[in-house]
Design a protein around this ligand. Structure first.
Ligand SMILES: Cc1cc2nc3c(=O)[nH]c(=O)nc-3n(C[C@H](O)[C@H](O)[C@H](O)COP(=O)(O)OP(=O)(O)OC[C@H]3O[C@@H](n4cnc5c(N)ncnc54)[C@H](O)[C@@H]3O)c2cc1C
Length: 511
């Protein structure tokens, strides 16, 4: 542990999710003393795992993109020293994602741009031009964002792409009259909780591109990722302070933060502070009077991505096949409308993912089904709080609500896999309240701030704040996901570390 004599850390990082862990690693690797403060017992935030009945189940990690050799996340994982410590499983080359509809139509997304194009042209032979244009456009947008490509080229500015404000739905619609192809190109939009009128094309591009460039599952998922990353942080001397929820801060006469205070009364002193929490949660902690009123108004008026209801099934041995691809399944014809379900038709679609089995490669041990769920649905229980550290019952009504929703999901699953019910061993579920309580995300939002193509700059978050030694990072900074938060951490650390040198260092780990 690298503590300086007065027990003042160079950097205090608030939030031990993947974003906070990445910031901590980068700064500790540069030789600074770092404290990483986490409210839960477990680190990992959205990537936390839980174990039930001898099964380890993931919450927020199903697959990662950009992981083929030489790609951005592959290089970052090598730099973080976790790539060689984890086992990765490459997904189906000719269909890592399958977009499927209830009438039996299925479309594969292939890995690698040539393959992606080839797979789609099989279904849409008359749409070659539109498919090529789509791929060119995605790559062009990604090329305009230097950090995404681990380049320090200052001549390109990410904001140029953001300011253009192209809308994802409108762009795809402009490419083709073929409604089926439009749906297939946007069929993975649960990856970014897409909203037809709002989601910018650059969000689709940064995320879609990464999965085309190498989709992998991590064997034993978030559990291994967090364990190995935690070990690396220990080796680098990061002081991990868990079970401590940051609730307020102490300031000096220059309006600089000197320490943060936790709900346990602990005072953690630092020179610089990085909050990886949602900016509105950050404002509440540090006090709205410390920020520009316009900033507070803007942040508090931003919409967040919706929430989710996740059903996790465990299987009897050898009863359900392992799937080396994800399925985005729709009961409606417009994939963008899935988010606008009603109580009667919920869920209009779901995302299905099967973790890599540990015992027998051919048979699934568990399966995750993710459906959209608006936080209003769990409003009757919003006053309750439940986490591993503070376990509480939300009451019988809530449990019944969950059971009803689980049953609906299983019935919908049966339309895709008749007989799946007989294979099920146990059923578990998490609601928007679970995500809210475990990660402190606003209303259990899946991915944080919803980017908006019609007011693109309003959703851009700068790592600097009015408080001279408070910086922001995490999934709200640039984009979400393991890739998005690691890039966000790099961008935040440019405030403290020479940009060129850091990028060169990271790139030297490219394999
Ligand atoms: C259901 C779901 C599925 C997903 N699937 C994938 C996927 O397959 N692939 C992928 O790449 N990404 C996926 N993501 C997205 C990805 O998990 C997140 O974008 C990323 O993990 C966010 O990291 P973060 O550090 O920004 O925030 P978080 O993970 O939310 O971490 C914030 C941390 O701060 C802590 N905290 C909050 N308040 C306080 C406080 N006051 N004091 C101290 N600590 C505090 C929280 O407990 C938490 O640990 C998924 C997300 C969800 C929700």
């Amino acid at each position: 542990m690298k503590l300086n004599p007065q027990n003042i850390y160079d950097y205090v990082i608030i939030g031990g999710g993947f974003g906070g862990m990445c910031c901590a690693y980068i700064l500790a690797d540069e030789g600074y003393s770092v404290a990483l403060v986490e409210k839960n017992i477990q680190y990992g935030g959205s990537l936390q795992i839980f174990s039930r009945d001898k099964f380890i189940l993931d919450t927020g990690l199903h697959y990662i993109g950009g992981f083929d050799p030489g790609q951005n996340l592959n290089t970052i994982f090598h730099y973080l020293g976790i790539a060689d410590k984890l086992k990765f499983h490459r997904m189906d080359e000719n269909g890592y994602d399958i977009i499927s509809f209830s009438d039996g139509r299925r479309f594969k997304h292939g890995m690698g741009y040539n393959n992606f194009i080839e797979q789609l042209i099989k279904y849409f032979p008359d749409e070659e031009k539109a498919i090529h244009s789509f791929c060119r456009k995605i790559q062009e947008l990604c090329n305009h964002y230097p950090i995404y490509n681990l380049s320090d080229d200052l001549s390109e500015n990410y904001l140029d792409v953001v300011v253009r404000g192209e809308n994802a739905y409108e762009y795809i619609a402009s490419l083709t009259e073929n409604v089926e192809l439009r749906n297939v190109l946007a069929g993975n939009n649960m990856l970014y909780a897409g909203v037809k009128e709002k989601t910018p094309l650059f969000v689709l591009a940064l995320i879609f591109n990464s999965y085309i460039c190498g989709s992998y599952k991590i064997v034993t998922g978030g559990a291994q990722l967090i364990r190995q990353f935690s070990q690396r942080l220990r080796e680098k001397g990061v002081q991990k302070i868990n079970r401590q929820k940051v609730i307020s801060a102490l300031f000096n006469d220059e309006n600089k933060i000197t320490a943060v205070k936790t709900d346990d009364g602990e005072i953690i002193q630092g020179r610089h502070f990085i909050s990886t929490l949602h900016p509105s949660v950050t404002i509440d902690i540090f006090g709205k009077e410390k920020f520009y009123p316009a900033f507070v108004r803007r942040i508090n008026s931003l919409e967040n991505t919706t929430s989710t209801f996740i059903v996790q099934l465990t299987f009897k041995p050898y009863s359900f096949p392992y799937l080396n691809h994800n399925i985005y399944h729709y009961f409606n014809d417009d994939v963008w409308e899935t988010i606008n379900y009603t109580e009667e038709n919920w869920p209009l679609g779901f995302y299905l993912s099967v973790p890599v089995p540990v015992k027998n490669k051919s048979f699934a041990e568990s399966l995750t089904v993710m459906c959209y769920m608006r936080p209003e649905e769990v409003a009757p229980w919003s006053d309750t709080f439940n986490s591993t550290l503070h376990p509480n019952s939300r009451g019988e009504d809530y449990e019944n609500f969950k059971k009803r929703k689980e049953e609906t999901v299983i019935q919908k699953l049966e339309t895709l896999y008749p007989g799946i019910r007989d294979a099920i061993l146990h059923v578990y579920s998490s609601s928007p309240l679970t995500f809210r309580d475990y990660t402190n995300s606003v209303n259990g939002s899946i991915y944080g701030i919803l980017k908006n193509s019609h007011s693109p700059l309003s959703t851009v978050i700068n790592p600097r704040t009015k408080i001279p030694n408070l910086y922001l990072s995490g999934q709200n900074l640039i984009f979400h996901g393991v890739l998005g938060t690691s890039i966000g951490a790099i961008v935040t650390c440019f405030e403290f570390v020479n940009r060129k040198k850091l990028i060169e260092k990271i790139k030297s780990f490219s394999r």
